[in-house]
Design a protein around this ligand. Sequence first.
Ligand SMILES: Nc1nc2c(ncn2[C@@H]2O[C@H](COP(=O)(O)OP(=O)(O)OP(=O)(O)O)[C@@H](O)[C@H]2O)c(=O)[nH]1
Ligand SMILES: [Mg+2]
Length: 213
Amino acid sequence: MHDTLANAGMSPKDVERAFRQEAQHVFAASPGGAFPPESLPEVAFAGRSNVGKSSLINALLGRKKLARISGTPGATRAVHFYDIGHRFCLVDLPGYGYAKLSKEESARIAGWVEAYLSSRRSLRLVCLLIDSRHGLKDHDRALLHHLAELGLEVQVVLTKADKLHPTQQKAIMAQMHDEMQKMPAIAGVTLTASEGLLGIEELQMRVMSATLS
Ligand SMILES: Nc1nc2c(ncn2[C@@H]2O[C@H](COP(=O)(O)OP(=O)(O)OP(=O)(O)O)[C@@H](O)[C@H]2O)c(=O)[nH]1
Ligand SMILES: [Mg+2]
């Protein structure tokens, strides 16, 4: 990661600056509709409903309200594209495992996310968000296996670490590193908290280096 950034002549400060460029919501793709034309490298954020995808996108961009956050799970139903300084795109995917959606609606959204993941040639990295208090669940494992089959690179991002004691943070990181040995699709693990901005600079560097590769 550091080599890729250094080869592109980017210092950590440059990376931080790149995330502070003008960020715009450029497209919301609803189930059944088209995705925008592929022009910029993309990094997608996937994970259970309410895990903190939209909050993390805001934290990476130093914004409060660009991506919609809600106390109610299931806030993000479309695939949202954010253009960052015309350099790369962050893509907020609808969450899975939201109990209040009907089976039909869940299946429709899952098919929609799948259409995106399996067709997008500009997709460089999938950040799979996992609640640091709960670890990997069956649904996450199924998605991980699927992403591996698709040959996509995956960064596991543990969220809401501000809710954990430092010893619990260490324990979940150790557990995830064990999982990494078993699942080669996981390229790395980052511990984050959008509240308090833990791990945000590290993830910015990871995302930037993926968009350059
Ligand atoms: N304490 C804490 N709360 C967080 C953090 N990140 C997100 N939250 C809270 O978790 C809830 C869900 O956050 P969202 O960012 O909307 O989650 P999402 O994954 O986009 O949810 P869907 O759009 O439903 O899939 C909100 O109440 C956030 O304020 C974090 O790092 N720490
Ligand atoms: Mg969301």
